[in-house]
Design a protein around this ligand. Structure first.
Ligand SMILES: *[C@@H]1O[C@H](CO)[C@@H](O)[C@H](O)[C@H]1NC(C)=O
Ligand SMILES: *[C@@H]1O[C@H](CO)[C@@H](O)[C@H](O)[C@H]1NC(C)=O
Length: 113
């Protein structure tokens, strides 16, 4: 009876341990103004439980010389994160998403440079 109980206990615990190992939460950096690898404003963190939801967004402004000039980078968590370029008038926003490594969103995009 004791062995049966132990077996049930192990069966009950292992899937949980396994699941935790496969899909760990990812801690992401939150920042309103990220430049040269440093957060200048609004620093914090957020957690993504699943999916590539650590987000990095580079903001560019269209210059009079006809070029996209990098302005700043924002970091946060977003459930529906997709890598894309988004244009609103003379503003361009490039998004990047990552997961699986804590603060991975501070290693991508223009803000890291
Ligand atoms: C995440 O942010 C909270 C406050 O917002 C802070 O207390 C905590 O230490 C941070 N965790 C890490 C790992 O930076
Ligand atoms: C450009 O970056 C500055 C911070 O360096 C920010 O205050 C400003 O809102 C940004 N401009 C745009 C249009 O995002």
């Amino acid at each position: 009876m004791d062995k049966l109980l132990l077996l049930l206990l192990l069966l009950g615990i292992f899937p949980f341990v396994f699941f935790q190992g496969v899909a760990p939460d990812t801690l992401c950096m939150v920042c309103k103004n990220f430049k040269k690898g440093q957060c200048l404003q609004g620093k914090g963190n957020c957690t993504m439980e699943q999916g590539p939801g650590c987000r990095t967004r580079d903001f560019f402004l269209f210059s009079e010389k006809g070029r996209w000039n990098f302005n700043h980078t924002e970091l946060d968590c977003y459930d529906f994160c997709t890598s894309s370029n988004y244009y609103i008038g003379d503003l361009k926003i490039s998004s990047f998403c990552c997961k699986g490594r804590d603060f991975c969103n501070k290693y991508i995009g223009k803000g890291k440079e």
